[in-house]
Design a protein around this ligand. Sequence first.
Ligand SMILES: *Cc1c(COP(=O)(O)O)cnc(C)c1O
Length: 380
Amino acid sequence: MSRVAPNPDNLVTVDLEAIAANLAALRALLRPGMGVAGVVKADAYGHGLVPVARRLKAEGAEALAVALVSEGVLLRRAGVQGPILVLMGLGPEQAQLAVAHGLSPFLGVWEDFQALSQTAGALGAVASCHLKIDTGMSRLGAAPNEALGLMERAAALPGIRVEGLASHLATSGVPGDVQAQKQAAIFRDLLAEARKRGFALPQSSLAGSGGVLAPPEAAHGQPGLARLGISLYGGLPDPASQGAAPLRGAMRFTSRLAAVRRIPAGTGVSYGHTWRAPSDTWLGVVAAGYSDGYPRSASNQARVLIQGRPASMRGRICMNAFMVDLTGFDPLPSPGEEVVLLGRSGSQEITADQLGHWAGTISYEITCSLGAANRRRHRP
Ligand SMILES: *Cc1c(COP(=O)(O)O)cnc(C)c1O
């Protein structure tokens, strides 16, 4: 990593206790016999790969899931044990790394099963993997009509163990969603047939956060794993799953006021003067911008919290700063005062979903960006 030091005014605080509480709240929604694979790809959605993984394991998560073999290797080097699913499967030449570190890739093509089997043979190991099926995401995985044939052939290969069928919902988190229902039905039927043919597939998985917060009917009655990502961090896969579980935001992002200034009525603010003061206005200059992972598309939309009170953004977000309206604050905040851009302040909270909404994006992208760009501290 060769990047200049992040702005010391800005800090991401990750509340590991919130993640543990979210895991417990989500578990309460799972059918008996279901386990959790905590999804910690993309540096745990910006919350920190190793600290989050360790906490999830300490809280009893049955498995972890990453996108890349390289992320799985980092977890093993940190001493993390137990199943680690690799959702994006094997890149070229990665079978060796995956087998040597005991990772479980999601595979959807015959050549990848062969490569894993050969590598496992060469290393004298037994490699576990999952058969990925494309039930409607159109991303990765075998076609449903090829899945059982591939299952039979893969299971016959030496040195590998297929631990589960896996698929991913394209639409989820909306109760009663018809597309999710269709995908779940395809998955249920394939899994039932595979189990009838004698494959136990104990780690089979379909649901992500959306599939747990708003389960498609056809997903009932199948033991396996739920692959939980955003909901562990307190975000929602879709606004329609609001209220399905009591989730707590795990990330807080704070900055400071770099300056406080008064501008007369009619003055334009920031690039392009997209906001003009209708009357004399107190402005606070916040020392964070889009280079700190704060989304520029939230310009003129977002609010921040200062002294537990909301302040509205004025004008465009710059690379390292943006302006907020302090008119009516009494006492007037001073330069150096803490500004909460994400998370709680007093009785108020800005959630990652809310900030994502202001920015025209999703909570996932918000926490990934903020976590990647800033100093980060973990609260146990
Ligand atoms: C990212 C991902 C998940 C987790 O999704 P959330 O909506 O964050 O819970 C689950 N499965 C796969 C295949 C993924 O890529």
